[in-house]
Design a protein around this ligand. Structure first.
Ligand SMILES: C[S@@+](CC[C@H](N)C(=O)[O-])C[C@H]1O[C@@H](n2cnc3c(N)ncnc32)[C@H](O)[C@@H]1O
Length: 218
């Protein structure tokens, strides 16, 4: 693949929009299914929870969350195209007010302090130019005792994906932990998922993903 194509994929992953988004989003949903569902499972949802997802793209897993749990879901994505698609895909849950999709960024969340019981985000941290500001906002909208789960690929694995050289900020798990601790989260665990072996340009590599499990204690 030439650098222009890789650059275009990276731009779509950062903010999917326009006609080129569909193909990238379809592949992304397939590849990220395991980590997304595991991140949600580890939230240990309780009946009545208000949950927030940062960067759901087209909300491909929202039906799975809402079919199994009596919770109210909000997804915020800064791609207006993704918000529109997520609303269409999850129309049933939007019309019965179990889900809402909002266009905006975690850099400046349009929600009251302490509104959500649980917040999660998967494969978004790489795009945050000022992670501390995003984490501060996430903590602000969480209730005291609330939980934040952050799913991400480790730097050494992500570096092997050829498109990540175009604008991805990559971190080792200890670096992500440092950001979380600095933002006053209690980090209970940085859970390593069972690595899958995948093929990239004829090479077998280990897909290493982590889920940071954090609490807002005060
Ligand atoms: C690489 S995709 C990941 C989508 C999905 N979470 C997954 O893991 O398959 C990143 C998505 O998050 C959105 N996004 C990234 N950072 C965001 C932020 N700070 N606030 C809102 N949306 C964000 C992008 O528009 C895009 O839809």
């Amino acid at each position: 693949m030439d650098p222009q194509q890789l650059k275009a994929i990276a731009a779509q992953l950062r903010k999917p929009e326009g006609t080129e988004a569909a193909e990238v989003v379809e592949r992304m949903n397939k590849n990220n299914r395991n980590i997304s569902l595991k991140t949600i499972e580890l939230l240990e949802l309780d009946s009545g929870d208000r949950i927030l997802e940062i960067g759901p793209a087209n909300g491909a897993y929202v039906a799975e969350i809402l079919n199994g749990n009596e919770v109210k879901y909000t997804g915020i994505d800064y791609s207006a195209d993704m918000v529109r698609e997520a609303e269409i895909l999850n129309e049933k849950f939007v019309s019965n007010e179990r889900a809402q999709f909002v266009c905006g960024s975690s850099e400046d969340l349009p929600f009251e302090d302490g509104y959500f019981d649980k917040v999660f985000s998967v494969n978004t941290f790489y795009f945050w130019e000022n992670p501390s500001q995003h984490l501060h906002e996430i903590r602000r909208v969480l209730k005291i005792g609330g939980q934040f789960n952050l799913g991400f690929g480790s730097r050494d694995f992500m570096e092997m994906l050829p498109f990540t050289k175009f604008g991805f900020n990559l971190y080792f798990p200890e670096e992500v932990k440092e950001y979380l601790v600095d933002a006053s989260f209690r980090v209970d665990e940085i859970k390593a998922l069972e690595p899958e072996i995948i093929e990239i340009v004829g090479q077998s590599i280990k897909k290493e993903f982590y889920i940071a499990i954090c609490k807002k204690e005060y």
